[in-house]
Each structure stands twice: as structure tokens, then as C-alpha cells.
Design a binder for this molecule. Structure first.
Ligand SMILES: Nc1ncnc2c1ncn2[C@@H]1O[C@H](COP(=O)(O)OP(=O)(O)OP(=O)(O)O)[C@@H](O)[C@H]1O
Length: 257
């Protein structure tokens, strides 16, 4: 489905992507892995046409994208959720979702598909709420929901749970649980928002049949949801394979901080 070969990218004089190869077969969920600063976001932006590439090929279903306009991706069925959930904070949830309809219109999609609300019920409950008033996790659900509006065949996600802090929630939760326990009161454990997002991505891949390319640093989730991995190091792909072949020595060498 997506085939990248010999890709070279520069930020000014700084050579960032070197001879990069990546294949995402239809139906797969591929996890792009690597330490901070190795070029994962740069690669996703290059795929989306948000950064110029110096050389190489990015083919989607055999069509060359490397020099095509950024808008062509949505029309071809590629959805993208950038790092940092770029939703419109002053627009309502409904209005945010409808911004995704512009590209979808060309495919005859006139209304937000119900499948989005099945995956993210909270968006239905909060249709009239302003995007900026949602929690971090809910904003991420909105960002993914908006990308799904155009019924993409390939969904690209850049660190979907980054900055959504289950730790803070659960740390506060832990204190409350311990306090309550000491008083003999049971407390329901707060549900981490990251878990909901991980679950939703798994459903999008498995139930909606969307091919997924994602950057994910959380190894347990990457192992669970993805069936293939591509590890990058200093702008190059250094290891690819089936997720069940991701060995501990690779994790130690390329992923452990
Ligand atoms: N706009 C830019 N101009 C110049 N250099 C940049 C720019 N954006 C990123 N870089 C550099 O390019 C390299 C790759 O960055 P990139 O953000 O793609 O890495 P990453 O693997 O996605 O890291 P992270 O996990 O921290 O997001 C880094 O050395 C970074 O400093």
C-alpha cells in the first residue's frame, strides 16, 4: 500500500533522512520506533507532503507522492493525526469533525460516519462542547475521529498518547486510593485515558479494517497492536520485521533510553 524507497530529506544543510525504506502492506499495523530525534516525525511529515524531500520515492498504491501536493493525501484516502493534537479549540466537537468533511465530500461522504461515535462515544456526548474544553485524552479522540471522517484506507498517527499523562492521573488516583484504603473506603481506579486511545486504535485497525502506520514509544502497546515494526536510528531504518520478532537486544540497542 505505502512503499517508500531511497528517501532523502534535509533541514537546510542538515541531512535528516538517509536512504530510508519503509513498506506498509494493506491491512497491516506498522509501528515506527526509535529514540527521540531519530527522524520519525520528519518521515511522517514527508509522507504527508508537509516537508519537501530531496530524493527518493513515496508511493501509495503505486501513485508517486513525493512531489505531489499535501492535499492529495486526504483525497487518496490517507488520514493523518499529527503530534500534539491540532484540533480547533474554539470550534465545537461537531464543527471540528465537520472540518474533516471537506476532503471527504469528494468521496461522497456528506455526514460524519456513525462508526466514529461507536469507537469514540464521548464525542457524541460532547458534540456541542468546545474542543478546547475537552481533556487531553478527549482532544486526542477528537483528532483521531476527525481523521476518520474521510474514511481513510491508511491512518497515520504520530505518538497518539504523548502528553496525555496517565501517570499524573494515576499518581493522584493512587494517593486517593491509599488514603481511602486507610479509612476503609473502596475507590474505583481511575481509567487512564491512554488506555482508551490505545483500545480505539486497535479497533480502528481490526474492526474498521484501516491500515495503520503509527509512531509509538510505549512498547507494551506497540507489541499488542502492531504486527510489524520499523526501527529508525539517526535518520536510517536499522531493523524491520514482524512484531513477534522484536528481540530484547534490539530493544536495548535502539529503543531503551
Ligand atoms: N524544523 C526543523 N528544522 C531543523 N531541524 C529539525 C526540524 N525538525 C526536526 N529537526 C531535527 O531533525 C531530527 C529528527 O527530528 P524528528 O522530530 O523527526 O525526530 P523524532 O524521531 O520524531 O523525535 P521525537 O520522538 O522527539 O518526536 C532531530 O535532530 C531534530 O532536531
Amino acid at each position: 500500500m505505502l512503499n517508500i524507497s531511497a528517501l532523502q530529506q534535509y533541514y537546510g544543510a542538515s541531512h535528516t533522512l538517509w536512504d530510508l525504506e519503509l513498506n506498509v502492506p494493506a491491512g497491516a499495523c506498522v509501528c515506527l520506533m526509535g529514540r527521540n530525534g531519530v527522524g520519525k516525525t520528519t518521515l511522517l511529515k514527508a509522507i504527508m507532503g508537509l516537508l519537501p524531500v530531496a530524493d527518493g520515492s513515496i508511493q501509495f498504491d503505486g501513485v508517486e507522492l513525493a512531489k505531489a501536493k499535501a492535499e492529495s493525501r486526504a483525497e487518496m484516502g490517507i488520514g493523518y493525526v499529527p503530534q500534539g493534537r491540532e484540533i480547533f479549540p474554539l470550534l465545537t466537537v461537531e464543527e471540528n469533525l465537520k472540518t474533516g468533511l471537506r476532503a471527504a465530500n469528494k468521496h461522497g461522504i456528506k455526514k460524519v460516519p456513525d462508526s466514529i461515535f461507536e469507537i469514540f462515544p464521548v464525542l457524541k456526548q460532547m458534540l456541542k462542547r468546545r474542543g478546547g474544553d475537552l481533556s487531553g485524552g478527549q482532544q486526542q479522540q477528537l483528532a483521531i475521529g476527525r481523521a476518520l471522517v474521510l474514511n481513510p484506507r491508511l491512518l497515520i498517527l504520530d505518538e497518539p498518547t504523548e502528553g496525555i499523562q496517565p501517570n499524573i492521573v494515576s499518581e493522584i488516583g493512587d494517593v486517593i486510593i491509599r488514603l481511602n484504603k486507610s479509612r476503609g473506603v473502596a475507590t474505583p481506579t481511575p481509567k487512564p485515558e491512554t488506555g482508551e486511545i490505545h483500545q480505539a486504535i486497535d479497533r480502528i485497525h481490526k474492526e474498521l479494517g484501516v491500515t495503520v502506520l503509527l509512531v509509538e514509544q510505549k512498547l507494551p502497546f506497540a507489541r499488542k497492536v502492531a504486527n510489524q515494526f520499523c526501527i529508525m536510528d539517526r535518520g536510517r531504518h536499522v531493523a524491520v520485521g514482524a512484531m513477534n520478532e522484536l528481540a530484547d537486544d534490539m530493544v536495548k540497542r535502539y529503543l531503551t533510553v
